[in-house]
Design a protein around this ligand. Structure first.
Ligand SMILES: C[S@@+](CC[C@H](N)C(=O)[O-])C[C@H]1O[C@@H](n2cnc3c(N)ncnc32)[C@H](O)[C@@H]1O
Length: 221
């Protein structure tokens, strides 16, 4: 069975989401905020989620770190029914919303927990750190990126095959944060991961028309 992103938007009512003006203008209930976020992120979701989902084929256990309200983890789970997913986020509003969505879609292979990813223990065949720690506006962003990768890649269960750590990198074309191959290789090497040679590149236009480029960085033990 394949669920497309458009179908999932339809099932979750993302297509009927509020406008940006409505979103910014007044206090809006959390489920509407979630839909607004999903719709706003659609340009990146449409390129990132299918690449990640395909990599998850045959993977036993996955943890999605900082899952938010979970549009993407729901998409992965619907398209990888044999894989068990744990979705964690420190924001209870987000996890409550994700739990509602899991119930609504009658999904059986996603567990949701409210917790801090840096305090997570346990091991998972795939660890996905997607858009949960890289904030380019912060001055020490690259150091944070490195520290987070080193810490979170320890959650990969190296006895499993396939096993990997996934972290995407994407930003506006020409930004000062263009991630060099050499930097990624150094960080992954320190984490005892080798960069998957098939790391996929992608590009897309944000809702505001800005052109962004990126790569899915996949580290294998
Ligand atoms: C951009 S959002 C959702 C990203 C989601 N992985 C995706 O692909 O759409 C980032 C989320 O990371 C969560 N987050 C940030 N730091 C966290 C931490 N230390 N532990 C758990 N969740 C965290 C935030 O609460 C937020 O919901």
């Amino acid at each position: 069975m394949t669920t497309t992103i458009d179908e999932l938007c339809e099932q979750l009512g993302v297509t009927r989401a509020i406008s940006e003006d409505q979103f910014k203008g007044r206090h809006v209930p959390y489920d509407l905020q979630a839909k607004w976020y999903d719709r706003h992120s659609l340009p990146s979701t449409k390129v990132v989620a299918p690449i990640v989902s395909e990599r998850l084929q045959g993977v036993e256990t996955v943890v999605e770190l900082g899952s938010g309200t979970g549009f993407r983890v729901l998409y992965y789970a619907l398209n990888n029914l044999e894989t068990q997913f744990l979705a964690i986020d420190k924001d209870r509003n987000a996890t409550d919303q994700l739990k509602e969505r899991v119930k609504k879609l009658k999904i059986r292979n996603v567990r949701v927990q409210t917790r801090d990813m840096y305090e997570l223990h346990g091991q998972y065949a795939a660890v996905m750190a997607i858009d949960c720690f890289f904030y380019p506006s912060e001055s020490n962003a690259m150091t944070q990126w490195r520290t987070s990768c080193l810490h979170l890649s320890r959650l990969v269960d190296r006895t499993k095959s396939p096993a990997f750590f996934v972290v995407p990198f994407y930003d506006a074309l020409g930004s000062r944060y263009e991630m060099s191959e050499a930097y990624v290789l150094r960080v992954f090497q320190k984490a005892q991961l080798r960069l998957d040679a098939t790391s996929s590149s992608f590009e897309f236009n944000q809702c505001n028309g800005e052109h962004w480029i990126g790569r899915i960085l996949c580290g294998r033990p």
